[in-house]
Design a protein around this ligand. Structure first.
Ligand SMILES: Nc1ncnc2c1ncn2[C@@H]1O[C@H](COP(=O)(O)OP(=O)(O)OP(=O)(O)O)[C@@H](O)[C@H]1O
Ligand SMILES: [Mg+2]
Length: 288
C-alpha cells in the first residue's frame, strides 16, 4: 500500500544561488500512513512550515521529491493541480486569508474552484459550517463581522469543504485562549475520526500534540531528528531539550515526583491525565 505522504531526500533552499542561501529543509525522508494523525514539532526556524508547504506542492523541491499516494506531485501539471485539492493546507492564522463578502462565499471558494455543481457546493458548505460550529445565520454575514475564533473556524471550514484526503494544519491553535485551543484540538480529532482522513498538525505545544497525535515527527536543524509514538519521543526529554523543545510542564512535575520516590507514571503529558492520577493517588492515601 502507498503512503499518504512520502518525502525522499527533500531539500529546499531559500535565496538559492545568493550569499544568503539557506537550506530551510535538507534531506528530509519521512512517511505518513493513510488515516494517521501526525504531529510535527520543532524549534522556531527548524523548517516545519517549509516542509508542509511541500506537501501540497506550494513549494517545489530543489532536491528530492514528494509522493502523495505513491505519485510524485510534480510529475506533470495535472497531477500538481489535483494535489492542491487532495491535500488541504490550513496556514497559520488562516483567518487573515478570508476575503469574500460573505461567510458562505468564503467556505464555497475551494469547492467552486473544483468546478462542482451549485447543489454540491451548497451541500459541502453547509456540512463544513455545521462541523466547525459556524451558525447558519452567520453564513450571509461578512466574515469580518465575526469574532477572531469564529473567523478561524470559517477559514478551517473553507479547507474542509474541499474534502481533502489529507488535511494539514500549521499551528491551528496559535493565539487562541486555553478554551479555544482545547475546542480546536477536539475539532481536529473529531474530523479525523469522522472522515478517516490523514491529518498533519504542526504545533509548538507539545501538550496539544500529545492530546491528539498517533505519531510525532521532530524537526531539528532542517531535517528529521526523531520520530515515533508520543511515548517514544517524549521519553527522550534530554535530547528534546537540547533541540530547544521542552516536554510539557505537567510531564516535568511527574518526572520530579518520581525522583522524590512517588510511584507515578513518567508518561503524563496533559493536565487532565495528571489530575486523574493525582485524584486516584489522593483517594488511595486518604480513605474516607
Ligand atoms: N521566504 C523566506 N525567505 C528566506 N528565508 C526563509 C523564508 N521563509 C523561511 N525562511 C528561513 O527558513 C528557515 C525555516 O523556516 P520555517 O518558516 O520553515 O521554520 P518553522 O519551523 O516553520 O518556524 P516557526 O516555528 O517560527 O514557524 C528559517 O531559517 C527561516 O528564517
Ligand atoms: Mg512555521
Amino acid at each position: 500500500m502507498n503512503y499518504a505522504i512520502e518525502t525522499v531526500g527533500l531539500t529546499h533552499y531559500y535565496s538559492k544561488g545568493t550569499p544568503q542561501q539557506v537550506a530551510a529543509i535538507s534531506d528530509v525522508n519521512l512517511r505518513i500512513n493513510k488515516g494517521e494523525l501526525v504531529g510535527i514539532i520543532g524549534h522556531t526556524g527548524s523548517g516545519k512550515s517549509t516542509l508542509i508547504s511541500h506537501f501540497n506542492g506550494l513549494l517545489k523541491p530543489d532536491e528530492g521529491k514528494v509522493l502523495i499516494d505513491g505519485v510524485d506531485i510534480h510529475k506533470d501539471k495535472e497531477t500538481l493541480r489535483n494535489t492542491r485539492f487532495k491535500v488541504g493546507l490550513c496556514f497559520q492564522y488562516p483567518e487573515y486569508q478570508l476575503f469574500e463578502e460573505t461567510v458562505y462565499k468564503d467556505i464555497a471558494f475551494g469547492p467552486k474552484n473544483m468546478k462542482l455543481s451549485d447543489d454540491e457546493i451548497k451541500e459541502r458548505v453547509l456540512k463544513a459550517a455545521s462541523f466547525v460550529g459556524v451558525k447558519k445565520e452567520h453564513l450571509n454575514q461578512s466574515p469580518f463581522d465575526l469574532s477572531g475564533g469564529e473567523k478561524r473556524r470559517v477559514a478551517i471550514a473553507g479547507v474542509m469543504s474541499m474534502e481533502p484526503e489529507i488535511l494539514i494544519f500549521d499551528e491551528p491553535a496559535a493565539g487562541l485562549d486555553p478554551r479555544g485551543r482545547k475546542d480546536l484540538i477536539e475539532l481536529i480529532k473529531d474530523y479525523r475520526k469522522q472522515t478517516g482522513s490523514t491529518v498533519v498538525v504542526v504545533s509548538h505545544s507539545m501538550e496539544d500534540i500529545a492530546c491528539m497525535a498517533d505519531r510525532v515527527i521532530v524537526i531539528n536543524n532542517s531535517t528529521v531528528a526523531m520520530q515515533g509514538t508520543v511515548d517514544e519521543v517524549y521519553s527522550r526529554a534530554d535530547e528534546l531539550r537540547s533541540m530547544g523543545l521542552n516536554v510539557p510542564e505537567i510531564t516535568e512535575i511527574f518526572l520530579g515526583l518520581r525522583k522524590k520516590g512517588f510511584d507515578v507514571p513518567a508518561n503524563v503529558y496533559t493536565v487532565e491525565q495528571g489530575a486523574e492520577i493525582l485524584k486516584k493517588l489522593a483517594s488511595g492515601r486518604c480513605p474516607e
